[in-house]
Design a protein around this ligand. Structure first.
Ligand code: SF4
Ligand code: SF4
Length: 372
């Protein structure tokens, strides 16, 4: 399997990382738990096929992911780079930091966590939690003691704020979202890479949105791919600034398919990449003609999240991703959905795209009212 240098951590890791956030679950006494035996089997299948980077977190898998990863690591520890994360939002006092770290070392059954992330770090959290509580000094001390190999952060903040966090200079690796449909973090990823940080990407298949067949996406490389996840993963791995693509694998078939993709000598040829980028740019242009997501039309007196409703509808309209669109739409609060529009018209004069918002929302509502 192809390997890459994880920036200035100096660690050589496989381009495909095992994200331990979607391990198989089982119900015990009406409560969801991880199926520990299946999870261990799946992780070891990945290690056997060559994966040398595993990522977990305090809260993943009903708080059981770290335990399962710890069990799976028996016999593999020396070959696998272990990553987990400080649940920054749960840290209320300086001493909490060491308490979480020690428990994580116990759960993972390791004496060192190779890559330790501040989980979901934002500039606000840096200013309001990390700095006032002196967490960086705590983590540096833990690193000096050998409990942590390298400091890192994951973030869902804006690309500009991720760049600000990179420029603070404490992190040796960055973990952020990036995929075919959402390339907003491309500048932050390029910046991290240029500054010598390792770059690990989560959600290469769009948090599952690209994990289902999409004829529109499959057609990007005619005859050249077997599935949407394949093109999604190959697209991420074709970015030279990305060191590791984390995939949250739940089944042996996903492990086999992703490993096969990561074993290709090159993710995409230059011609294939150009073709994919042109096709994505064109579909994005079509989607933007529809709605750019500027939100100038808000607030809606009824609370309708106009651009969100359009974006979700675009998963169906532009990419043919109907099941994910229905799932995401179903998760919106009722007052945010298209059918909450009372057609008052307040929003339309504010839209620079001159979109017939009322008409379009009616179309969205009609689509999602059917069972599919
Ligand atoms: S037309 Fe619909 S979406 Fe626009 S402001 Fe009125 S209720 Fe909200
Ligand atoms: S103002 Fe128009 S383009 Fe901007 S988010 Fe609203 S509907 Fe979309």
């Amino acid at each position: 399997m192809r390997t890459r240098l994880l920036g200035r951590t100096g660690r050589q890791v496989t381009a495909l990382g095992f994200g331990a956030m979607r391990l198989p679950t089982v119900e015990i006494n009406g409560e969801p738990h991880l199926d520990q035996d299946l999870g261990v089997e799946l992780l070891r299948d990945g290690f056997t096929r060559g994966i040398t980077y595993v990522d977990t977190a305090w809260g993943y898998g009903h708080r059981e992911s770290q335990l399962v990863v710890g069990k799976a690591l028996a016999g593999w520890r020396d070959r696998v780079t272990v990553s987990t994360k400080l649940p920054t939002w749960l840290v209320k006092a300086t001493a909490d930091c060491r308490r979480f770290l020690e428990q994580q070392l116990t759960e993972l059954a390791v004496d060192r966590i190779d890559i330790y992330h501040l989980h979901g770090l934002s500039v606000k959290q840096w200013e309001e939690v990390v700095q006032p509580l002196g967490l960086l000094a705590e983590l540096t001390r833990a690193r000096d003691e050998g409990l942590i190999g390298h400091l890192a952060f994951s973030s869902h903040d804006t690309p500009g704020n991720i760049i600000r966090l990179i420029d603070l200079g404490f992190a040796e690796s960055l973990l952020c979202q990036y995929n075919l449909l959402d390339q907003r973090n491309a500048p932050a990823i390029a910046h991290a890479h240029a500054r010598g940080l390792g770059v690990v990407v989560m959600g290469p298949v769009g948090g599952g949105r690209l994990g289902v067949p999409s004829p529109a996406l499959a057609a990007l490389i005619p005859g050249g791919i077997r599935s949407t996840p394949e093109i999604a993963l190959r697209f991420v791995l074709a970015n030279p600034a990305v060191d590791v693509a984390l995939s949250g694998m739940s089944t042996p078939a996903q492990v086999a398919e992703n490993c096969a993709v990561a074993e290709r000598p090159e993710a995409l040829s230059a011609a294939e990449l150009a073709q994919v980028e042109a096709a994505i740019a064109e579909t994005k242009r079509l989607a933007d003609l529809y709605c750019t997501g500027c939100d100038y039309c808000l607030p809606c007196p009824q609370g309708v999240k106009i651009s969100q409703a359009f974006q979700v509808f675009n998963l169906h309209r532009v990419y043919g991703l109907d099941a994910p669109a229905r799932k995401i739409y179903g998760e919106l609060k009722p007052e945010c959905r298209a059918d909450a529009c009372v057609a008052c018209g307040t929003c339309e004069p504010k839209c620079p795209q001159r979109i017939g918002i009322r008409r379009q929302l009616a179309e969205v509502a009609e689509f999602f009212a059917t069972d599919g």
